[in-house]
Write a protein that binds this ligand. Sequence first.
Ligand SMILES: [Zn+2]
Length: 448
Amino acid sequence: MGTADGITEAGIRAHMEFLAGDALNGRGSNSRDEWIAAAYIAAQFRQWGLEPMGDAGGFVQAAEILREQMAAPAVLSSGAAQFTHGQEMLVSTLTGAHVAGPLVKMAEGATSVPAGSVVLMPVPAATGGAAGAGRGRGTQATAGAAFLISLATDQTAEQWATAAARVISAGSRFATVPPTPNPARAARISVNKATYDALAAMADGTTVSLDAELRATTAHTWNAVGRLTGSDPAAQAEVVVLGAHLDHLGLRETARTDDKIYNGADDDASGTVAVMALAQALAAGPRPNRTLVFALFGSEEGGGAVSGSSYFVELPVVPLDQIVTQLQFEMLARHDPMVPAKSLWLTGYERSDLGSELAKHGAALVPDPRPEQSFFTRSDNIKFARKGVVSHTVSSFNLHTDYHQASDEIDTVDFAHLLASVRSMLEPVRWLANSTFKPAWTPEGRPR
Ligand SMILES: [Zn+2]
């Protein structure tokens, strides 16, 4: 059945059946299936007349990711003294090929260390506490350290050899984004008793280095990005970004059921088809004054700091200061009984004036009824928000038990609810794209 805005249940179901069907294997982060999902969305964007913002005149944007690992045993050194991974010490975390700094022998109970220092962690006085040295309690106190050295716990030769043989990650980063040092992340090593004693005998300030040969393997994540340039030359530099994540958990051989495919119908094929349906309806015209960008992000589930949304904000195809707001759509396939019928909730509603203003213009948006779940920080919107862009997520996730299970399947989708949800956002988004309203954070609203 057709509707005046052109958004139909059949249209939504068609995209849902492709994206969340078994043929796409659950759109695993960094997988070829994720790429195919992006290519499918790109094909629709082309047909609807959006302008491509991806690579080489297309809509798909591929982000190359370098995953760095220790390729040969790392060496800890100071002057002529050398200690090797697997022999006198064990590396658990690396942050780069070379880290060095002045030695600081940390006293038990110290609350801070000098930035860039190599911290020799105190040996806990009580028995059984050694495994916690440098973790938990010490995390705040050692912030800013170059790397942390603790006394290894008692372990058998076999346990030591197993730890030595582990693959040691030095982190992942985008190949085309210059690495930004993360002072919150320190390398960590543990050393045997003789090495600990040798380090403890050195004077504070002695230079200590940790050197490792790193090997990078590459992976990719894929976004699909299209644009509707605003019709008003005076307003078209102002951009509203609508987004969702196109990936899910993929195939999992470890699944406890026969069904290994994590379809992610609700999470987040539902948000993806919502953004697609809004793109199609808005592309049909009349064209809004402001520019709209439709961005479907890869690797929300498995990406962390190298997700598609991180790539979008690190190498923005739209300057971030031109983005008026970013609205993310997540998990709209079922109604949440904690909010009124036909309502959707907005994460971090009270953090800005966006939700209340959209509500004034017809959006059935209410505050997130489950603030204890911290949904505001659990979706791609947080990547934009941390860069200062007013950004929230629209959802109706009701904490159903199919969340992140193979059972998040199309047959659990309430299509009437999903259709109504998408349609309820069309005119409010159209209003926003035609208005001069610029959302702003409330005084305490912007996340750190
Ligand atoms: Zn999700």
